[in-house]
Design a protein. Structure first.
Length: 644
C-alpha cells in the first residue's frame, strides 16, 4: 500500500466565544485524517462537534491552533484563497438540505459548479451523473419544494458530488430522516468513500457512526479517540496528495469569469421572479416614483408647449399698456383714442383683474355680505373692446354687446366656473351672482378664450363698475407690428415723459414663462427626487428583511465557495433588476398620466424623451443604491453561524 501524507492535520485547535473569549467551545483538539478515510465524530448535542466540523470545513476562521490541509498552512491563506479552496476541495452535506424551494432539483444541484464558473455543458453532464447516483434523475425538472425530506437530502448529496470533492463533510445528514432513508444516505456516503473521497461525519447516533472506519468522541469541547468502527483503513482507491497549490495560484480564465458573472445575474433574476409578492411591492415603489417623474415631465412639457404657442402667436400682434391706479376715466378714454388712432392698431380693450377683497364673489348674498369669498376662481372687469381684442366667444353670442352699457350690473361666467357657482349646464341666463355685495345678472357664458384661457374659470363684469383700480389696455396690432408699436406707444401717450408708461409685449412674457418653467421644473424635480429617495429607502428596508429571510440560503452559497464579493454582487444585481423594472413600469404609467391630462385639457401630448431616456439608467442606479447596504450585510453573513 502506498503511504500518503495526511489529508488533514489539526493540532491543538481551540474555539472561544463570549465578549471576553472566556467560553471554550473547542479546547486543545488535535486530529489527523488520512486520505480516503471515513471518520465519524460523535457526541451529545452541544458537545462542540458541529463547531469542530465547521473549522475542518473552513467555514469558521475564528479559531486558535494549527491546521494544515495537505502541506498548506490554512492560516497563511487569504479569505479569497479559502473560498476558492473550499469550492474546489470540499463537499458539504448538512442536517437540513437547504434546497432553494423556488428552483428546480437540477438548478439546486448546479449551485457549486455555477459558482466555480464551469461551462454549461460540464454543469449539465456532472449534475446528470450526480442525480443519477442518488436516484433523482427523474425529478431533475421538479421544483425542490415538491420533493420529500429524503429526496431533498439526496439532492444535498448530489449537490456535494458535482464538484468531485476530495473531502466530504456531513453534519448530522440523517438527523431529520427515518431509519430506512437514513441508511440509504449512509450507503451513498460509503460509495463515495469507496471511490476515494475522504468523508468526515458528525452524528450523535451510534448506529450511524458504525458506518465509519474510525470514530472519535467530542465531549464538552474536548476530542477523545475511542477506537475503530468497521475498520477498513485507507482504501487503495484513495486520492493522493491534494493538488492545493495549483488551485490557489490558478488564474481564472476570461470565459470562467464571464460565466460566473452571468450566473450571478441569472441568480439575481431568479430571486426576483421566484418571490413575486416581495418583488412586486419593491417594483411598485420604484414605479410610483418614476411615474411621478415621467408624468410631471410630460405634463410640464405639454403645458409649456401650449403656453409657448399662445405667446408666440400673441408676440406678433399684442401689446399691453399698464394703466396706473387712480387714473381718471377721461384720461383713460383719451389714451384709448390715441392708441386706436395709431397706424397698424386694429382694436383696443381694457381689463382689470379684481382681488378677492374687492370682488368678494359668491353665488348668494349672505356669503358675500359675510366677507367670505367661497368662489375660488378669479373675477375680472373688462370693457366691450376686450372681447374683440382677445377673440372671446360667448353664449349667447350677443352677450358681449351688453358690456357697452355703463349702468347695468351684468356678468358673464366662464364655462369652467359654472359648476363651482352651482349654475346649471345651460348658459346660466337669469341667475344671479354677487360681486362686492351687489347682485349681478348672469347674461351668458364665456365658451372660448384662446388668448386668455383663465377667463374660462372666471366671473367677468363690466369695467365701468370698477374703474378706479389698476388695469391694462390691450392693443391688437397687425401681425408683426407688436414690437414697433411697443416702442411708439410711450411717446404717443406721454411725449414729455415716455419712461412713465409701462408697456409689455408677449415676447417679454415669454421670457417670464421661461423663468417660471425653470422654477416649475425645479419643483417637479425636487418632488421626483423625494419620491425616488422614498423608493430607495423602501427598497433598502425590504431587502434588509430579505437578507434575514435568506440567511441560510446565502450561507450555503458561501459554504460551497461563493465569496463575499459574489454574494454582494447578486444582491446588487437584484437591486438593479428591481429598479430597472420599476423605471420601465413608471415610464408606462407616467406617459399614461400625461396623455390622459392632455386629453382632458384638449392639448397635444408631448413625450419628455430626455427624461424617458435617462429613466432606465436612473432606475438601475437607484435600485443598486437601495441594495448597497443589504448587499454589504449579506456579504458578511458567517456561514459557520448561519448553518446549524
Amino acid at each position: 500500500m502506498t503511504v500518503s501524507p495526511p489529508r488533514l492535520t489539526l493540532n491543538r485547535i481551540q474555539r472561544r466565544y463570549g465578549e471576553s473569549q472566556q467560553w471554550f467551545a473547542i479546547r486543545e483538539a488535535s486530529l489527523i485524517v488520512e486520505p480516503g478515510e471515513f471518520l465519524a465524530i460523535v457526541g451529545r448535542s452541544g458537545s462542540g462537534k458541529s463547531t469542530f466540523l465547521n473549522i475542518i470545513g473552513l467555514l469558521d476562521s475564528q479559531w486558535e491552533g494549527s491546521y494544515k490541509l495537505g502541506d498548506i498552512d490554512v492560516r497563511s491563506l487569504s479569505a479569497t484563497q479559502i473560498d476558492r479552496l473550499r469550492s474546489a476541495t470540499y463537499g458539504f452535506i448538512f442536517q437540513s438540505s437547504y434546497a432553494n424551494p423556488y428552483e428546480s432539483t437540477e438548478r439546486n444541484a448546479t449551485l457549486a459548479l455555477a459558482i466555480q464558473g464551469a461551462p454549461l455543458r460540464e454543469q449539465s453532464e456532472k449534475v446528470s451523473q450526480a442525480l443519477e447516483v442518488v436516484g433523482l434523475e427523474r425529478k431533475a425538472a421538479a421544483l425542490a419544494r415538491s420533493l420529500s425530506g429524503g429526496e431533498r437530502q439526496r439532492l444535498a448529496i448530489a449537490r456535494a458530488l458535482t464538484t468531485n470533492p476530495s473531502i466530504i463533510v456531513a453534519d448530522e445528514p440523517t438527523g431529520n430522516l427515518d431509519t430506512e432513508t437514513g441508511d440509504q444516505v449512509m450507503q451513498a456516503l460509503l460509495e463515495l468513500n469507496r471511490q476515494g473521497a475522504t468523508v468526515i461525519l458528525v452524528t450523535h447516533d451510534a448506529r450511524i457512526a458504525a458506518y465509519a472506519h474510525r470514530t472519535v468522541r467530542m465531549a464538552d469541547g474536548i476530542l477523545e479517540t475511542t477506537g475503530a468502527g468497521a475498520s477498513v483503513g485507507s482504501t487503495t482507491d484513495a486520492q493522493g496528495p491534494l493538488p492545493l497549490r495549483p488551485i490557489l495560484s490558478k488564474k481564472l480564465r476570461r470565459g470562467t469569469r464571464l460565466r460566473r458573472a452571468s450566473d450571478r445575474l441569472t441568480r439575481a433574476i431568479n430571486n426576483v421572479t421566484s418571490r413575486p409578492l416581495r418583488s412586486v411591492a419593491l417594483i411598485a415603489a420604484f414605479a410610483l416614483a418614476f411615474a411621478g417623474l415621467i408624468g410631471a415631465a410630460g405634463i410640464g412639457a405639454t403645458a409649456s408647449q401650449q403656453i409657448a404657442g399662445r405667446l408666440t402667436a400673441a408676440a406678433r400682434d399684442e401689446v399691453r399698456v399698464n394703466v396706473p391706479g387712480g387714473t381718471a376715466d377721461d384720461q383713460a378714454a383719451l389714451w384709448l383714442d390715441r392708441l386706436d388712432s395709431l397706424p397698424h392698431v386694429r382694436e383696443v380693450g381694457q381689463v382689470a383683474p379684481l382681488d378677492a377683497n374687492t370682488a368678494r364673489t359668491s353665488r348668494f348674498a349672505f356669503t358675500s355680505a359675510s366677507g367670505n369669498s367661497p368662489f375660488q376662481g378669479s373675477t375680472v372687469a373688462v370693457d366691450r373692446g376686450l372681447f374683440g381684442v382677445l377673440d372671446i366667444r360667448t353664449s349667447p353670442q350677443s352677450a358681449s354687446r351688453l358690456f357697452s352699457s355703463t349702468t347695468k350690473h351684468i356678468a358673464l361666467v366662464g364655462a369652467e366656473a359654472r359648476s363651482q357657482l352651482g349654475l346649471s349646464d345651460s348658459d346660466g341666463v337669469g341667475a344671479e351672482v354677487w360681486v362686492n355685495g351687489e347682485p349681478y345678472a348672469v347674461v351668458g357664458t364665456i365658451t372660448s378664450a384662446p388668448r386668455e384661457p383663465n377667463l374660462l374659470t372666471s366671473v367677468v363684469v363690466p369695467l365701468t363698475q370698477f374703474s378706479t383700480g389698476s388695469r391694462q389696455v390691450v392693443v391688437r396690432t397687425d401681425p408683426g407690428f407688436a414690437g414697433p408699436l411697443a416702442s411708439a406707444i410711450p411717446l404717443a401717450l406721454s411725449p414729455a415723459s415716455p419712461a412713465d408708461i409701462s408697456v409689455e409685449t408677449a415676447a417679454e412674457l415669454r421670457n417670464l414663462r421661461v423663468g417660471v418653467q425653470t422654477d416649475l421644473n425645479g419643483l417637479l424635480a425636487s418632488l421626483a427626487i423625494a419620491l425616488l429617495a422614498l423608493a430607495i429607502l423602501s427598497g433598502a428596508s425590504a431587502m434588509f428583511i430579505s437578507v434575514q429571510a435568506r440567511t441560510q440560503e446565502l450561507a450555503l452559497a458561501r459554504a460551497v465557495g461563493l465569496g463575499k464579493g459574489g454574494v454582494a454582487t447578486i444582491f446588487l444585481w437584484e437591486g438593479v433588476v428591481i429598479g430597472l423594472a420599476g423605471a420601465l413600469a413608471g415610464i408606462a404609467g407616467g406617459l399614461a398620466i400625461s396623455v390622459a391630462v392632455a386629453a382632458l385639457r384638449g392639448w397635444t401630448a408631448i413625450a419628455p424623451w430626455e427624461t424617458i431616456a435617462i429613466a432606465p439608467i436612473a432606475g438601475a442606479l437607484c435600485g443598486a443604491l437601495a441594495a448597497l447596504l443589504p448587499a454589504a450585510r449579506a456579504a458578511h453573513i458567517d456561514p459557520a453561524d448561519a448553518i446549524r
